[in-house]
Design a protein around this ligand. Sequence first.
Ligand code: NAP
Length: 247
Amino acid sequence: MAAGRVIVVTGASRGIGRAVAVGMAQPGSQVIVNYNASPGPAQETAELVGQKGATPHLLQFDIADPESVKNAFKHIVDKFERVDVLVNNAGISRDNLLAIMKSSEWDEVMNTNLKGAFLCSQAVVKPMMRQRHGRIVNVTSVVGVIGNAGQCNYSAAKAGVIGLTRSLAREIVSRNITVNAVAPGFIETDMTRALPQKAREMLLTQIPAGRYGTPEDVAAAVAFLASESAGYITGQVIHVNGGMYMG
Ligand code: NAP
């Protein structure tokens, strides 16, 4: 099962999603590289996946749009007749203090980070139940557990992803499908590079490891949870944060 798997990674055009797609690529596997608005970087991911001997498939869809998700997964299931692994990685942030947060900033973050994970999970659950096998790994965040000033929308969405993970795990474990989450701390990607330098320096003081994480640090935990060896692990949250929070 491991080599010929059909693996879907949302938000694989860059950052953590790219590292996940490349990290799980093996000769014989089919890796669906999803992106929303960045076809160029997604193509680069696809090339890296191909260099690992897997077959990459670029697929644009907006995880926050029910029709877009429905069509994309119909295409995937029609083509491959199975989905072995779904990694719900795509996410956005729209940081602001709650007192001045726009309703649109709340909605965009909820619709992408939480509803997107719901929509994509719903799209794979039936095929996974039919094949009596599957792995779903959700990328949440340390701030979904400990909170963060300026990120009420993002923290709430990521906490919601943990609730989704645990409930869905209970619903489908009897069909040999596991659902787990990985909670990164602060990882060097476009998302954190957008933070002001002062905030980045302050955050570094909170990481006992003394460095930001890399996308590959996160990808290793995702790959383990998606592996055959992790078949008895479900409903868990693995923290990948250099010691900043120990759940
Ligand atoms: P990133 O570099 O900003 O990349 C985000 C990815 O999500 C891109 O590939 C983007 O694709 C995709 N995406 C965004 N909206 C989408 C949509 N509506 N539909 C489909 N794809 C969409 O972010 P990252 O830092 O790698 O973060 C990846 C995940 O880890 C996110 O869920 C994030 O919340 C989580 N996380 C990150 C950190 C961190 O420190 N970086 C910490 C904890 C958790 P396009 O470019 O094509 O739009």
